[in-house]
Ligand binder design. Structure first.
Ligand code: ZN
Length: 369
């Protein structure tokens, strides 16, 4: 899904604006040497472009802001990508959207006025998207790719930032504007406007967010997740997982989420989230190569578990420690409860085979925290 290259996107956009529209004969308007003719044609083209954009803005507003348009878009996407009926996946999606909606509302109450409408689509690749109108979809394959729903929440939080910041509608408008400006004079005069209505979904589906928008979406995901009950370490963990499964620069899988190839690679995005976690912990907790350090001192080399490598799982330990510091649990003693190392009320790590024992880790944490 959304595997169009940038070039193909431009082409698709151009086609959707141009095909089927008979080009008006422009020759006479452009006859060489006819200075007045050129002037008139120039003004006509400018007016036609303005009209095309006014029509586009009307269309965008319909899909982005009206309930009728939002639901029309939802139906188009359901038709295009199929609807996953698996009960468990849909339950997970419902729970996640409810949790993340609450989290987003804490920082951006406008979500109450335009709640997300969503579905799990039946595609097997790892992808998720947020269209205009807060229309959201997550591939069934994404649920199967992640180690847990915290990681999926990091992905969906990224998409919800695109929604909250109106990135998609803006990029659709940019695409259309670019196509209108690039179109031949004949096509402009012939009426670019007419074909928008039937093709806006296509224009939308292939809209690419800018590099700046992608950066903002990554940052937004972290902000939202730290206002939820999900582990904030999941943001770094999912990119560690991507790195391990697909390599550092491979564009396989989630094109929209990954963004075009000029985006930071998986490792860079992971490291940026690690830095955010470090800041969030009050500069107490770091992770590198599966090793967790507290105040610059070794705490634990994390073992693999639950389908995660040690490196991936370590970010969840960092997320727990960061939350403990953020919420003041570090003022309490570390102890062991039912096999889990606790810091105050915050669970930190439940050791598995390959980890050091909970008693050893709790003792060490007390000596370095
Ligand atoms: Zn994105």
């Amino acid at each position: 899904m959304f595997k169009f290259s940038k070039k193909m996107v431009a082409l698709a956009t151009a086609i959707s604006l141009g095909v089927g529209v008979p080009a008006a004969p422009a020759a006479e308007a452009f006859s060489i040497g006819d200075a007045i003719g050129i002037g008139v044609a120039g003004a006509q083209i400018a007016a036609a472009r303005k009209q095309a954009m006014a029509q586009a803005d009307k269309e965008i507003k319909y899909y982005n802001e009206t309930e009728e348009g939002r639901y029309a878009l939802l139906e188009k996407f359901k038709e295009q990508y199929g609807v996953e009926t698996d009960y468990e996946l849909n339950q997970r999606m419902d729970n996640m959207m409810a949790s993340l909606t609450e989290a987003v509302a804490k920082v951006d109450p406008s979500i109450r006025e335009k709640p997300y409408i969503y579905f799990v689509n039946s595609q097997e690749s790892f992808n998720a998207f947020c269209a205009m109108g807060h229309v959201m979809s997550v591939n069934a394959g994404a649920f199967r790719f992640v180690a847990n729903d915290d990681e999926l929440a990091a992905v969906v939080g990224h998409e919800m930032t695109h929604g909250q910041k109106n990135h998609t509608a803006s990029s659709v408008r940019r695409n259309i504007n670019h196509a209108v400006n690039a179109a031949a004079a004949g096509a402009v005069l012939g009426g670019i406007v007419g074909s928008l209505t039937s093709n806006i979904a296509l224009v939308h589906a292939n809209a690419h967010n800018s590099k700046k928008d992608e950066k903002e979406a990554d940052e937004g995901a972290f902000i939202y997740i730290t206002h939820s009950n999900y582990n904030p370490g999941a943001c770094a963990a999912i990119w560690q997982r991507m790195l391990e499964k697909y390599g550092n620069n491979d564009q396989h899988g989630i094109d929209l989420l990954l963004g075009p190839s000029d985006h930071p690679n998986h490792g860079a995005r992971r490291d940026k989230y690690e830095k955010s976690l470090y800041e969030y912990s009050g500069k107490h907790v770091h992770v590198k190569d599966g090793k967790v350090t507290v105040n610059g001192k070794d705490f634990a080399q994390v073992a693999p578990d639950a389908g995660m490598s040690g490196a991936e799982r370590a970010y969840f330990v960092q997320g727990n420690l960061a939350a403990a510091y953020k919420n003041g649990h570090n003022k309490s003693e570390a102890y062991v409860q039912d096999g889990t190392v606790m810091l105050g009320a915050q669970p930190i790590i439940k050791p598995v085979k390959g980890d050091e024992s909970a008693d050893v880790l709790a003792q060490r944490l007390n000596s370095i925290k």
